[in-house]
Write a protein that binds this ligand. Structure first.
Ligand SMILES: Nc1ncnc2c1ncn2[C@@H]1O[C@H](COP(=O)(O)OP(=O)(O)OP(=O)(O)O)[C@@H](O)[C@H]1O
Ligand SMILES: [Mg+2]
Length: 248
């Protein structure tokens, strides 16, 4: 059974695309055929984050204009067996046709175990339509009050539209808090957003470096361990949320 996982946030810059690429690397490394579909129209970045910027010949824009099919618009991430990407259109004004994208996602279920959908921040109606029908919505926030409130707004809207399968990722958490296992300090974030936590990612320069170089995170980094745990929880594994356990 394939699973469509959408990553979204209320506020921009919370780390959605970094999470998509690192989750993609993590799932693919575990032998799972994974496709990332980038829906941030005109603001493509995953080609850089996944190290394929010189290999992308066709993208979602070509598919939406009827110039090629989705298979042709799929780029193989050479450094990661099992990982593939459909890049966003380069045109910031390309029309997001939610029906077409939903059809692409369901067609791709035959070929991939995980389809990860990266989105723009906020409530673009068409992107919302795609996300709300995912098997799992990962609401992403940082521990800042504005981000938290915006995450709540997004999550409430998905609940209103009937999607109950939401999980929260808190990104860019102070690494000292992370290492000290101070989960309690994050309880307020979880309560305010009102979504069950699936993972906490430390603020870690390794993320900036890896996504800039287009490489997976080094396995020694704190962030790698966080992504490894999240990717296992997505598969239903019972990985404790205690960071101390993860750091062993
Ligand atoms: N855990 C982290 N630790 C350190 N830096 C991070 C982390 N996660 C993301 N970043 C940095 O935050 C910035 C924004 O990340 P990213 O582009 O992934 O966010 P986004 O939510 O996709 O943004 P947008 O809303 O514009 O699409 C980047 O510089 C990235 O390297
Ligand atoms: Mg992004």
């Amino acid at each position: 059974m394939s699973k469509i996982v959408a990553i979204t946030s209320g506020k921009g810059g919370t780390g959605k695309s970094s999470i998509c690429s690192e989750l993609g690397f993590s799932l693919a490394k575990q032998g799972l055929r994974t496709l990332i579909i980038e829906l941030d129209f005109g603001l493509r970045c995953l080609d850089i984050m996944l190290g394929v910027k010189d290999n992308v010949k066709y993208d979602l824009g070509h598919v939406l204009r009827g110039e090629c099919d989705i298979t042709k618009a799929t780029t193989n991430v050479e450094i990661a067996r099992n990982l593939f990407i459909v890049c966003a259109p380069e045109d910031p004004f390309a029309k997001v046709d939610a029906e077409t994208i939903k059809n692409i996602c369901s067609e791709m279920r035959k070929y991939y175990e995980y389809i990860i959908v990266d989105t723009s921040a906020g409530t673009n109606a068409s992107v919302f339509d795609v996300v709300e029908q995912s098997d799992l919505i990962l609401i992403n926030t940082t521990p800042d009050p504005v981000c938290i409130r915006d995450a709540r707004t997004m999550s409430d809207e998905f609940y209103k539209r009937g999607n109950q399968k939401q999980r929260l990722i808190i990104n860019k958490v102070n690494p000292e808090l992370f290492q000290a296992d101070l989960v309690g300090d994050l309880d307020e974030v979880i309560d305010t957003v009102g979504v069950q936590l699936i993972g906490v990612i430390p603020d870690d320069d390794a993320v900036k470096i890896a996504t800039s170089k287009g490489e997976p995170l080094p396995s020694s980094s704190l962030a790698f361990k966080a992504f490894d745990a999240i990717s296992k929880r997505i598969q239903g594994e019972d990985v404790p949320l205690s960071f101390k356990v993860m750091l062993k």
